[in-house]
Design a protein around this ligand. Structure first.
Ligand code: UT7
Length: 352
């Protein structure tokens, strides 16, 4: 029987570290000011979120989301022992695409140097923090059906350019960082249902759509974009808006339910799973999920403390980080549960 195997893994974060202390002094250009710009502080951020620092791209206007995706992709393809020309499908999850259209997957395809060589299929998916699980479900279906044989699944985000560096935007601004993670998936012949991608489930509840959103424009209006982006009285639409408490409660509920369902539906227990890799939105969310779902704490992997929330990238980035630290080993089985804007949520079990 054909099942899906993780063939390679890679990640990338930019070099610039922005601490909680520094972020309070940054202006829109990411330049440290002499006086504090945003009323926030290290103690508040750490207590409420667990975040100590995050990574930002250079502020020279030369880095795109596709560049972060490209670096992670090159590493994942090399890790799989493949060449970029072996890839026959790209699935890219991002909420911070290079531009409104075309999607960013085609830009990555071009930057990989395979656009004219393979003309491979390119998908952008828009499931925000749940994109990696949604993308893995798509990839798994494509591979089992024989549609594609070497799928590059990427989560990449350049958040730092679209945050509100002011007290107005502080609830969201302090949470997010830049980064990317990628996986290469392909077929394997096995009758062992516990190998490769064992399980994926994806869910959504559109009632939560406006509880965490970044509009930028409203297409129903004429003109569809009608504000001065430099005028703080008018430009709120340019920045993410969140009802933090509603998102927090729904995130705990969605991740607990999907974690429990993943185990129940596969007949697995924590004895079968080496690592729990939750989406990295807030350390307090993850601690609550671990407590309520009774997950062995020693199996939990986080990176939120030093990477912040990198949305679609958090799952592969966290697995790859802990693999580089020597914790995650080849063949380990991971249960990942995610929750994000939409609302969207889900879970996956797979061996790495
Ligand atoms: O990736 C998936 C999406 N994101 C999430 O899952 C995030 C979910 N939500 C959260 O993580 C939390 O709701 C937050 C960390 C965003 C906020 O924590 P909270 O405990 O829900 O705080 P709050 O929004 O109730 O705000 C408490 C106070 C408010 O002040 P007042 O009204 O009590 O005077 C806020 O204005 O904290 C204030 N506040 C801040 N203070 C310092 C909000 N953000 C900040 C900040 N620094 N950065």
């Amino acid at each position: 029987m054909i099942r899906t195997k993780v063939l390679g893994l890679g990640s990338y974060v930019p070099d610039r570290v922005v601490t909680n202390e520094e972020i309070a002094f940054l202006n829109d250009q990411h330049v440290r000011q002499a006086t504090q710009v945003t009323e926030t502080n290290d103690q508040w951020i750490q207590q409420r979120t667990g975040i100590k620092e995050r990574r930002y791209v250079p502020n020279d206007g030369a880095t795109w989301t596709s560049d972060l995706a490209l670096e992670a992709s090159k590493r994942a393809i090399a890790d799989a022992g493949l060449q970029p020309t072996d890839i026959d499908c790209i699935i890219l999850g991002t909420l911070s695409p290079d531009f409104h259209f075309p999607g960013t997957a085609v830009v990555v395809q071009k930057k990989l140097g395979i656009a004219d060589k393979t003309s491979c299929a390119c998908f952008d998916i828009r499931q925000q923090c749940s994109a990696f699980v949604y993308g893995m479900q798509m990839a798994d279906a494509f591979i089992r059906c024989g549609t594609y044989k070497r799928i590059l699944l990427i989560g990449a985000e350049l958040h730092s350019h679209a945050l509100d560096y002011s007290t107005r935007g502080r609830d969201v601004m302090v949470l997010f960082g830049d980064g990317a993670g990628a996986m290469v998936l392909g077929p394997m012949e096995t009758d062992d249902p516990k190998q490769g991608v064992v399980y994926t489930a994806a869910h959504a509840d559109g009632n939560g759509a406006m509880d965490l959103c970044l509009k930028i424009f409203e297409i129903a209006r004429l003109p569809y974009l009608d504000y001065d982006p430099r005028d703080r009285e008018q430009n709120a639409l340019m920045y993410p808006k969140m009802d933090g408490k509603r998102v927090f409660l729904n995130a705990v509920r969605g991740m607990v339910m999907s974690t429990q369902a993943a185990l129940a539906k596969t007949g697995m227990s924590w004895d079968d799973i080496q690592w729990f890799v939750p989406h990295q939105a807030n350390l307090r969310i993850n601690e609550k999920v671990v407590e309520v779902a009774k997950i062995p704490p020693e199996k939990v992997l986080n990176t939120i403390e030093f990477y912040g929330n990198t949305t679609a990238a958090t799952v592969p980035l966290t697995i790859d980080y802990w693999r580089q630290q020597g914790k995650v080993k080849k063949g380990d089985r991971v249960l990942s549960s995610v929750f994000g804007s939409g609302f969207t949520w889900g879970a996956a079990i797979f061996t790495v």
